[in-house]
Design a protein around this ligand. Structure first.
Ligand SMILES: C[S@@+](CC[C@H](N)C(=O)[O-])C[C@H]1O[C@@H](n2cnc3c(N)ncnc32)[C@H](O)[C@@H]1O
Length: 454
C-alpha cells in the first residue's frame, strides 16, 4: 500500500469515483436503520464492555499497520471541528499511542522489545475477553496476517502468527476451528500485482478444556497427518485462494494442538506454538505433495523439475534420470511441447511461450501440466478465453486447479513471486471461469437487448 499520497480519479467508476462513493453510502443506509450501533473508546487490555456479550473482534495484526500514527493525519482536523461535540474522544492533542497493541520496533526500541510488548498486551486483552465473554458462545477473532517464511529449527513459521496464538493460548483459549472469510477487495492497492491475502482468517475460540491431558510431539504429528488432509480438501473444495491456504490450515492444526493440555518433546519440554506452527506447515506441504499421486506421469515429472529449476535450464542427464523415476520420457515431453531439450540442456516452456491455438481434443498426450499452463496462457486474454478452454476440457479441467495449488505452494517456498501470482490468480478466477464455461455450452438467448433496437 502506498501511504504517501492518494491519486484518485473522481470519474473512473472505481474507488474514489463520486458515483461509486455515493452508491456505497446509500447501500449502508438500510443497514443503519435495521441495527442500532453503539461505539465507545476503551483500551482492550482493561475494558469491561465485553462482559456477558457475544464477541467477534478484529485486533491489530502484529506489525502490519501503524493505526495511531496514520490516524493523526485526520485527527488534527477532526479535533478542530468536533472537540466540542465529543470532548472525551478528542481530549488529547494527538491520537493515544502508548496503549496501542502493535509490534512497532521504533516505538519500543527493538524488534524483541516490540514482540514482548505485543505478546503481553495481547495476552492481557485476550484474558479480558476469555474472562468476560458469554459462556454459551465462542469468541471469534479475525486475523488477516500472512505467514512469511521465517526459518526456525523445525521449519518455517511466522512470528506474527506465533506471537498472537501464544497470547491466545496463555489467555486460556483453545482454537476449535477456522473460517476463511473473503473480506478484502481484490482491487485494493496492496492486492495489485502482489500475492496479498484474499481472506481474513476467523479463529473460533473457546475456553481451553480443563480436563485435557498432555501428549507427545510424535502423537501430535500423527494427529495432524490424520486430520489435516480432510480439512485441506474441504478448504480447496471451497476454492480458497492458494495464498490463503497456509493461514487457513493454522486453524485445524491449532485445533489439534490446543486439544491437549501440553505437547511434550522427547526431553519432556513443551513444544512451543512457534514449533507447532512449523510442524503444521510441514504436514500441509506433505499433504499437498501427496495429492501429486492424482496427476499423470508427465505432470509429476514437470512438478519435480519445476521445484528444482523453475523455468530455468537444467542438465539433460538430470532430466533423464528424473524421467525414469517418474516413468516418462524427455523426448516425448519435448514433442508434446512441455519442454525444450537442446544441446544437453532442458527447460520447461513458460506459459507465454505456448502457442495460442491449442485444441485439447487433438492433443494425444493431454496432461494436467499442459492444461494448467495453457489455462494460464489463456488467462492473459481474460477469463472468457480461459472459460472457452475449460468448456473444451470438461470435467478434466478441475485437476488443473489442484495442480495450481501445489505449484503456488512451491513458488511461495522458493520465493518465486511472479509465477506464484499466476497460479493464485487462476484459482481465484476459477468460479467465474467455470460459470462462463457453462454459459458457453448454452444456446444464445433469443431475447434482444435494448441496444438491438433501432
Ligand atoms: C485490524 S484493525 C480493525 C479494523 C476494523 N475492523 C475496520 O474494519 O475498520 C485493529 C484496530 O485495533 C485498534 N487497537 C489497537 N490497540 C488497541 C487497544 N489497546 N485497545 C483497543 N483497540 C486497539 C486499532 O486502532 C485498530 O483500529
Amino acid at each position: 500500500m502506498t501511504w504517501d499520497f492518494p491519486d484518485v480519479n473522481p470519474f473512473a467508476n472505481a474507488a474514489g469515483d463520486y458515483g461509486v462513493s455515493v452508491d456505497g453510502v446509500i447501500k449502508g443506509i438500510p443497514g443503519m436503520m435495521m441495527a442500532t450501533g453503539y461505539a465507545t473508546q476503551a483500551d482492550a487490555s482493561i475494558q469491561d464492555i465485553s462482559r456477558d456479550r457475544l464477541i467477534s473482534t478484529d485486533p491489530p495484526y502484529y506489525d502490519n499497520i501503524g493505526y495511531a500514527d496514520l490516524s493523526d493525519f485526520f485527527y488534527v482536523w477532526l479535533r478542530h471541528s468536533l472537540k466540542s461535540v465529543f470532548p472525551d474522544l478528542f481530549a488529547t492533542l494527538a491520537v493515544p499511542k502508548t496503549e496501542e497493541l502493535i509490534a512497532s520496533p521504533y516505538r519500543h526500541g527493538s524488534k524483541e522489545k516490540a514482540e514482548t510488548f505485543f505478546l503481553s498486551g495481547m495476552t492481557q486483552a485476550m484474558n479480558r475477553l476469555a474472562e468476560q465473554a458469554h459462556p454459551a458462545f465462542p469468541v471469534t477473532i479475525y486475523y488477516a496476517f500472512k505467514q512469511s517464511e521465517n526459518e526456525t529449527e523445525t521449519g518455517t513459521a511466522s512470528t506474527g502468527w506465533g506471537t498472537f496464538l501464544d497470547a491466545l493460548i496463555r489467555a486460556g483459549f483453545g482454537v476449535s476451528g477456522t473460517w476463511p472469510m473473503r473480506t478484502e477487495l481484490s482491487n485494493r492497492m496492496i492486492g495489485k500485482d502482489t500475492n496479498a491475502l484474499a481472506s481474513s482468517i476467523i479463529l473460533v475460540c473457546r475456553p481451553h478444556n480443563a480436563g485435557a491431558t498432555a501428549t507427545t510431539r510424535r502423537e501430535f504429528v500423527a494427529a495432524l497427518k490424520t486430520e489435516l488432509p480432510t480439512a485441506l480438501a474441504h478448504l480447496q473444495r471451497g476454492n480458497i485462494a492458494p495464498v490463503d491456504l497456509a493461514q487457513a490450515a493454522i486453524g485445524p492444526g491449532m485445533a489439534v494442538y490446543t486439544r491437549y493440555a501440553r505437547v511434550l518433546d522427547a526431553e519432556g519440554k513443551t513444544v512451543p506454538v512457534r514449533d507447532a506452527l512449523a510442524l503444521i506447515n510441514q504436514v500441509l506441504d506433505e499433504t499437498l505433495a501427496e495429492q501429486e499421486s492424482d496427476f499423470d506421469a508427465d505432470s509429476r515429472w514437470a512438478l519435480a523439475w519445476f521445484e528444482q529449476f523453475g523455468f530455468s535450464e537444467g542438465e539433460y542427464g538430470v532430466a533423464e534420470i528424473l524421467s525414469k523415476a517418474k516413468d516418462t520420457s524427455v523426448s516425448a515431453m519435448d514433442d508434446d511441447g512441455v519442454l525444450v531439450s537442446r544441446g544437453g540442456k532442458v527447460r520447461l516452456l513458460r506459459p507465454d511461450e505456448l502457442p495460442d491455438n491449442w485444441d485439447p481434443a487433438s492433443d494425444p498426450r493431454l496432461t494436467v501440466w499442459d492444461m494448467t499452463h495453457r489455462l494460464i496462457r489463456a488467462m492473459e486474454q481474460g477469463e472468457s478465453a480461459a472459460a472457452e478452454l475449460v468448456a473444451k476440457l470438461g470435467s478434466e479441467a478441475d485437476t488443473a486447479r489442484e495442480l495450481a495449488y501445489r505449484l503456488y505452494s512451491i513458488c511461495e517456498r522458493k520465493k518465486r513471486a511472479q509465477e506464484a501470482l499466476a497460479y493464485n490468480a487462476l484459482v481465484q478466477s476459477w468460479p467465474e471461469i467455470v460459470r462462463l464455461a457453462r454459459e458457453e455450452g448454452k444456446p444464445e438467448s433469443p431475447q434482444g437487448t435494448i441496444f438491438d433496437q433501432e
